[in-house]
Design a binder for this molecule. Structure first.
Ligand SMILES: Cc1cc2nc3c(=O)[nH]c(=O)nc-3n(C[C@H](O)[C@H](O)[C@H](O)COP(=O)(O)O)c2cc1C
Length: 458
């Protein structure tokens, strides 16, 4: 088996991804608004040779009946949250080879401003930046804060298609490689013949003019994507280089993985080149007994209220208002996010779980679905088995304790993964795209962005 791709999931929120784990006495995640919290973490992740630091984000928040539920405020479930872009430069300055992936929404950011921000960061990081393209979790509450109506689920993906088309034109279509001469003697900073106008008139977005940022090392940041509804997969297959999947059951993840790869092939892309990563929480200890104790502690931070607030964040649905003895109603509105509703609608003929069972599942496994606990050997074996059985390439590790989860990951699990030859290799000076297996710094010719490339870089 080839080495796993391993990234680290973080967000500017005091909490982990399941339960009110911020309350744990050793958890320093509550220091998420301190700069040195981020520089220390970025350095540690780089020194451990993990592939990238991922910063999640949403403008939205859990909303039930038009208000943030008290439980979400009390327990810090996806609320409060701050802007991850503010710490990207800080993490970049503290490291030299680590990839940094930051989330930006095609629903709420203007394409031109967004492209300019990523192009600048790609320069400043020397090609270590990635963009997690989202059509946004909790889109309804975010829309309300922007004073807009909620755009329907599938229309959000139609808009995202147009958004990407325009982004490619801006990032690939204005500056040729070599356009910047910076010739002080001749007085020529850039060659006007190699700087081109962009003209885009799409169904949702338009732009005309010259993109102002010089061509950056990767031009287009490495493209990540996480929505796994039907439309989400189609979008991933066309655009994404790295896709996050929810770690539900092995058959479901295997089906999603095969489906995304074959849809990518249908677009003329190499399906196997797409990195598929499952969100994973690990609980590792030197002995089984200690791992069980830590696992029980992990679960003790989840209540029905925290689980329901998390579900409301991603779907807008209040589980606590539904009949606990019945499954999710067939006509429930999933406009805000389908993956977390589909997850509880079996496709193999088995009975749909009741709302009570859904709450228990969310409490035990969180929103992302995969929690592995045990000794390093047991967890490493489970990761290996999971990757082999599903055909995925790696995991996005979601800490629930800082530094506790990182200690377990770096001091206990990684040595075991190394012993098995499946840990990520040492960092070299290269772009994030190359680190993740890309043939070069730029997107390949089979990617839709390449059609917009100008000059010799084509
Ligand atoms: C590991 C992982 C990380 C994610 N990170 C984000 C994020 O940072 N921001 C966001 O809006 N959605 C994120 N999502 C996606 C949402 O959960 C949700 O699926 C999506 O926004 C709605 O699209 P869908 O209906 O196609 O699933 C993530 C999903 C996974 C599995």
């Amino acid at each position: 088996m080839k080495p796993l791709t391993l990234g680290v999931f973080e967000h500017l929120n005091p909490n982990g991804m399941s339960g009110a784990t911020w309350r744990h006495p050793d958890n320093v995640a509550t220091r998420y608004l301190d700069l040195d919290h981020w520089t220390r973490l970025a350095r540690r992740v780089e020194a451990a040779d993990l592939d990238f630091l991922f910063l999640a984000d949403s403008y939205g928040m859990p909303i039930v009946d038009g208000a943030v539920p008290d439980a979400a405020v009390r327990s810090a479930v996806h609320f409060p949250s701050a802007d991850p872009f503010a710490v990207v430069g800080v993490c970049a300055a503290a490291t030299s080879t680590l990839g940094i992936v930051v989330t930006s929404s095609t629903v709420f950011e203007e394409p031109y401003a967004n492209a300019r921000r990523y192009a600048t960061l790609d320069h400043l990081t020397r090609g270590r930046i990635g963009w997690n393209v989202v059509t946004s979790a909790s889109a309804a509450s975010a829309a309300a804060m922007f004073g807009r109506p909620l755009t329907p689920h599938d229309t959000r993906y139609d808009m995202a298609e147009d958004y990407m088309e325009l982004s490619y034109r801006l990032l690939e279509g204005s500056w040729e490689d070599g356009a910047v001469l910076a010739d002080k003697e001749a007085g020529v900073y850039a060659d006007p013949a190699r700087v081109h106008d962009v003209d885009h008139k799409g169904p949702y977005f338009s732009a005309r003019g010259v993109f102002p940022v010089e061509a950056s090392p990767q031009r287009v940041p490495v493209l990540f994507q996480a929505g796994s509804s039907g439309r989400g997969r189609e979008f991933a297959a066309r655009h994404a280089e790295c896709v996050f999947l929810q770690g539900t059951t092995v058959p479901r993840v295997a089906e999603a993985a095969a489906d995304i790869r074959s849809r990518a092939e249908a677009f003329g892309r190499d399906g196997d080149a797409i990195r598929l990563l499952v969100g994973l929480t690990i609980i590792v200890a030197p002995t089984t007994a200690e791992a069980e104790t830590r696992y029980a502690t992990f679960r003790s931070f989840s209540t029905d209220e925290t689980a329901a607030a998390q579900f409301a964040f991603n779907t807008g649905i209040d589980l606590l208002s539904l009949d606990p003895g019945a499954p999710l109603p067939a006509d429930i509105d999933a406009q805000q996010g389908q993956s977390n509703v589909d997850r509880f609608r079996p496709t193999d003929g088995s009975p749909a779980p009741t709302v009570r069972a859904i709450l228990d599942e969310l409490k035990a496994r969180g929103l992302r679905g995969l929690v592995l606990h045990g000794t390093p050997d047991v967890v490493a074996q489970q990761m290996q088995d999971y990757a082999e059985a599903t055909g995925i390439d790696g995991f996005l590790l979601e800490s629930y304790l800082n530094p506790g989860t990182y200690d377990e990951l770096i001091d206990l699990l990684l040595p075991e993964l190394r012993r098995r030859g499946i840990a990520p290799g040492p960092h070299r000076r290269q772009t994030l795209r190359e680190r993740l297996g890309g043939a070069g710094r730029h997107l390949p010719d089979s990617h839709p962005a390449a059609a917009h490339r100008v000059g010799a870089g084509r």
